[in-house]
Design a protein around this ligand. Structure first.
Ligand SMILES: *Cc1c(COP(=O)(O)O)cnc(C)c1O
Length: 376
């Protein structure tokens, strides 16, 4: 007789669906007998430049110290970040990716009898972290296009959903998978109206890409809004997704609470070394931005030329409406050796999210898409 483990687990956990990552290159190569070197993966918003050379040599140096525990307080990385951002070290919380920081927020501020507010089509980690701790999700429908950019966060709608039991609001700016963003004035108005007892998480995973377009500079707001937590990451523009390093910036009192629920060595020593070095590699960051700007233009021009609607993006990816059920299009692209991201799980069944690759990778994707959409 076997035990009913689902009955043993905490009830909210049994209702969870695991996060669906982009399909790994090796997995597709195995399944279809393809050469991994010929597969183009534009599915996880990874940096097409690969890691910065400076980060790689720092990791080489750090390898020999691997028998020791990492610095559990991440002193050197926090010191560098604090200097760079103009904040105190005590305002920074390091995470095993910024997803880890989002999870720390949930563990510190959410639980049974409480709720989190976030938007429809918002980043998948918000519902998972919320439900995992037994809190309720209050989901605000996205803009329908009449009062704001279609598919984008409707901040007024989100504010209206804040209830007595709400302790956290998650705002992805820009959001993944839509690429939509909220501007400075709108966000500032929202924060002014939000009760101070509600923690406002501004998830800025794509901050380094999202220049211009009225994109807000939120760090100075920490003085005025003590309930603010800004999260950023080394996974995207810094090209270190495999190392898993991200951080939160908040008032020291809030960081102190996050640190109480943090695992003692949540960021490993190689990741710390890589992130410290990456911060010094300005040239790499500049190249990341330039390659992204050019790649976004290449992809969106191709979509326009083909009459495919896409959601304007402030990130390193763009979400396109293929005008039909995107599931079979996704499958057909896989057979062409191109991995993108289907979005049925985000209630966007006709859309595919395409990460910006190198010029050549984007070209391979566009040609494969043409063959798939024309049935050639
Ligand atoms: C990629 C992403 C993250 C963070 O990823 P980490 O690798 O855990 O730092 C956070 N939020 C959004 C919206 C993202 O797209």
């Amino acid at each position: 007789m076997s035990c009913d483990f689902a009955a043993l687990a905490m009830q909210p956990v049994t209702g969870l669906t695991p996060y669906q990552p982009g399909k790994p290159i090796e997995e597709l190569a195995r399944e279809l007998g393809l050469d991994p070197a010929r597969i183009v993966k534009l599915a996880s918003n990874e940096n097409p430049l690969g890691p910065s050379p400076g980060a790689l040599s720092a990791v080489q140096m750090a390898l020999s110290e691997s028998a020791r525990y990492p610095d559990g307080n991440g002193f050197k990385l926090k010191q560098k970040l604090a200097a760079r951002l103009g904040v105190e070290m005590a305002q920074i919380t390091l995470g095993n990716g910024s997803n880890d920081v989002l999870d720390l927020v949930a563990r510190a501020f959410l639980g049974p009898g409480r709720s989190a507010v976030f938007a429809q089509h918002a980043f998948a980690v918000y519902p998972i972290s919320t439900q995992a701790v037994g809190a309720a999700a209050r989901i605000a429908p996205a803009h329908d296009g009449s009062r704001g950019p279609r598919y984008g966060h409707d901040l007024a709608g989100m504010l209206a959903r804040v209830a007595e039991d709400t302790s956290v609001v998650f705002i992805a700016n820009p959001n993944n998978p839509t690429g939509s963003w909220v501007g400075a004035d709108e966000l500032e108005d929202f924060l002014e109206a939000l009760p101070e007892r509600v923690i406002a998480v501004l998830d800025e995973a794509y901050f380094e890409y999202a220049e211009g377009n009225d994109y807000p500079d939120t760090l100075p707001w920490l003085d005025r809004f003590p309930n603010l937590i800004i999260t950023r990451t080394f996974s995207k523009a810094y090209g270190l997704a495999g190392f898993r390093v991200g951080y939160g910036i908040s008032r020291p009192e809030v960081a102190d609470l996050l640190n109480r629920v943090r695992q003692p060595f949540n960021v490993n020593s190689l990741a710390l070394a890589a992130a410290e070095a990456a911060l010094d590699d300005e040239a790499y960051l500049q190249s990341s931005r330039e390659m992204n700007r050019a790649g976004l233009a290449q992809l969106t021009e191709a979509f326009r030329a083909r009459g495919l609607a896409f959601i304007p993006s402030a990130g390193n990816f763009v979400t396109v409406d293929v005008g039909r059920d995107a599931g079979p299009v996704f499958d057909a692209l896989l057979r062409e050796g191109v991995i993108v991201r289907p979005l049925a799980g985000y209630a966007l069944p006709d859309h595919l999210r395409v990460s910006v690759g190198t010029r050549a990778e984007n070209g391979v994707f566009i040609e494969a898409l043409d063959r798939v959409l024309t049935g050639a």
